[in-house]
Ligand binder design. Structure first.
Ligand code: NAP
Ligand code: GLV
Length: 311
């Protein structure tokens, strides 16, 4: 089947870059950004990030919806989502960016860089004897397309790495555990916690006050998934008391983080504006094109998600 059309919507991604890379892969695909400029019946594919309410209802013959990102939490709860395969982005560019963010954030704590940043502001030569990386336990919550490679890279770097997911995984160099029953024990053993879980009904608020209290005193927390996986007020309390010593936060319950939010004023919090990983169209377009080819041939797309499971 050829000559069918794709509708693109994102206030965040560059449509020109996507049009160029995607139509290079699929020259017969019509690429539209204006829903009024195309016969809705001919739109078979939607490539979108947070489109307005009712968006999908305009296109009666959709065959594939692709989320322009990895996390589908803002997509799966919509009431206009058609009953067609839903896929998300995942590509090597996105994996490399997330792995680099996690490595940077963990190493910053493991090598006491956060201590030296503050000492420098006081013009203070502050010697802290380095610790062997193999003595530092890092726990990764979520071992999917992003968490799995990040955990493996941490293990290759020399850390003592533990990983946790819903189903049991086998990752070289990583001690893996699975299921909610193992979570409390898992948390009690990690010095640096990295969160790479999707936001679903099961993971919303998963790291509440009780679970955060399971972490050893002085633990560090890195959240690069979704803000609402962590109970923010409980995290703030733990950071203020020192129960959790440091946090690196890329994601927040409300984004952009409001100017008067207490996180901005906490010296033990490093804030980055939700960019731990992004999609690079050049790499991702190949995957999106392959999904369209597969759907045209009656096959499931790549990176299909289960809307009932939420990821
Ligand atoms: P993914 O491939 O869907 O992997 C999710 C992982 O979480 C899987 O290992 C899954 O376990 C586990 N999981 C899900 N629900 C669970 C539960 N209830 N209990 C235990 N484990 C559970 O997702 P991904 O591509 O790695 O991405 C993870 C998240 O990162 C995304 O959902 C998105 O929110 C976030 N993200 C953030 C940025 C950023 O810039 N900050 C960029 C991209 C993505 P199973 O393997 O057993 O299914
Ligand atoms: C970004 O947060 C994504 O989900 O891709």
């Amino acid at each position: 089947m050829s000559g069918d059309a794709l509708i693109f919507y994102s206030a965040f991604d560059d449509p020109a870059a996507w049009k160029k890379t995607l139509t290079a892969e699929l020259p017969d695909l019509e690429f539209h950004t204006d829903p009024d400029a195309v016969d809705p019946a001919r739109v078979h594919y939607a490539l979108t990030w947070k489109p307005p309410t009712g968006f999908f209802g305009r296109f009666p013959n959709l065959k594939l919806v692709t989320n322009l990102g990895a996390g589908v939490d803002s997509l799966v709860g919509r009431d206009d989502l058609p009953d067609v395969p839903i896929s998300r982005l995942s590509d090597t560019g996105m994996v490399s960016l997330m792995t680099s963010y996690v490595l940077f954030s963990v190493i910053r704590y493991a090598r006491d860089i956060h201590v030296f940043e503050r000492a420098q502001r006081r013009s203070e030569w502050k010697y802290v004897h380095p610790r062997a990386l193999s003595d530092i336990r890092v726990g990764v919550l979520g071992l999917g397309e992003l968490g799995g490679p990040a955990a493996e890279a941490l293990a290759r770097t020399g850390f003592d790495v533990r990983g946790w997911s819903r189903s049991q995984k086998q990752i070289p160099g990583v001690t893996c555990q699975a299921g909610i029953d193992t979570l409390d024990g898992f948390l009690s053993e990690v010095e640096i916690l990295v969160i790479l879980l999707p936001l679903t009904p099961e993971t919303r608020g998963l790291l509440d006050a009780k679970r955060l209290a399971r972490l050893p005193a002085g633990a560090k927390l890195i959240n690069a998934s979704r803000g609402a996986v962590v109970d923010e007020p409980a995290l703030i309390t733990a950071l203020q008391s020192g129960a959790i010593a440091e946090a690196t936060l890329d994601v927040f319950v409300v984004e952009p983080l409001p100017k008067d939010h207490v996180f901005w004023r906490m010296e033990n919090v490093l804030i980055t504006p939700h960019l731990a990983s992004i999609t690079v169209p050049e790499a991702a377009a190949r995957e999106v094109a392959e999904s369209i080819r597969r759907v045209r041939s009656g096959l499931p797309p790549l990176h299909q998600i289960d809307p009932r499971r939420g990821y």
